[in-house]
Write a protein that binds this ligand. Sequence first.
Ligand code: NAP
Ligand code: BGC
Ligand code: ZN
Length: 357
Amino acid sequence: MKVVAVREGEQTPTLMEKPRPEPAAGEALVRTLRVGVDGTDHEVLGGGHGGFPEGEDHLVLGHEAVGVVEDPNGTRFEAGDVVVPTVRRAPEGQEDNEFFARGEPDMTPSGQYQERGIVGAHGFMAEYFTSPGEYLVPLPPELTDIGFLVEPLSITEKALELSYASRSSFEWNPESAMVLGNGCLGLLTLGMFEHTEGIDRSYCLGRRDRPDPTVDIIEAIGATYVDSRETAVDELPDTVESMDLVYEATGYAPHAFQTIEALAPNGVGALLGIPGSWEFEIDGGALHEELVLHNKALIGSVNSHVRHFEGAIEDLQALPDWLIDDVITGVYGTDELDAAFDDSNTTIKTAVELSTR
Ligand code: NAP
Ligand code: BGC
Ligand code: ZN
């Protein structure tokens, strides 16, 4: 079967042939339809995040998949069911890991999990993949073509769940919220602020000149575009307004700390970026005090699990068709990998199509 992989020492995806996998007991065989590409895939290709499966010289890419069950192999599915796989798996021999055992793989400390297509395990960008049935989430068939958006939306489902949980001990109704970053994750999250979260005033930070397709989407959503080259995140309270909720999706490390200043009293900042080592100066004491005296919270959030995928499916149904159409800038065959992995300003969300329904 065809797979899209990155080879050791290379930074671009390659089409390779591999044998079709055989489902083990408890696993279904899935025929892959589409697999989305995100910023993490580019970080994996660049060597800044993730890692190869042990002893292997390549990694099959892709963690945002939708497929159709080919062989249920005794799982709860029927052949023809449309499914979306979750990303994390327990490494072989560590299946009794306490986090996986209690259905919280997304809370597992790093080093104790693999992520398909990212770290230690081959991904879903292959004509077929196998997965334990418990890690496959059924998708309403009418969402098949856009099912690769479920995984990224599930990331925001989890981050918002943690954010609201951190504010659950008092009356907290966020009215102003800002997404930092106008990539795919940022724009989908901004759509959720408007269409599922009921935020009154939403904002999105970017660093692009108009005309730009992401700025058009931000404004069509009804949000306000803020250019970080003109307005620093920690200047927001003086220049725009202070934010009850900030969702960082830039991977730009200074934003994590500037968020503390950007927040309104009792606000929460959810950090999603994975920037790696990055040294810069901050006034740690002032930020510490700001967090304490204004009951602010900063939370980090990574990955997601089945209930977040289920929430994401509802989100996908609530987002307007025009937004989904504008965010998906291309779906490409395996012979068009350059376009599928294009990282220029005209690309927002792409997917690779492995087969059709
Ligand atoms: P992406 O497409 O690379 O988007 C990042 C966006 O942030 C880009 O549009 C970029 O603008 C913008 N940006 C970066 N620095 C900025 C700055 N200083 N000011 C204004 N805008 C800035 O990535 P993505 O797929 O949307 O993901 C966003 C981040 O979340 C990535 O860091 C990714 O690793 C992370 N992520 C984390 C999780 C998790 O589970 N925690 C899940 C998915 C993704 P330009 O395009 O104009 O450069
Ligand atoms: C994926 C998550 C993963 C994270 C860290 C994100 O792009 O969507 O499932 O946990 O990267 O590797
Ligand atoms: Zn991702």
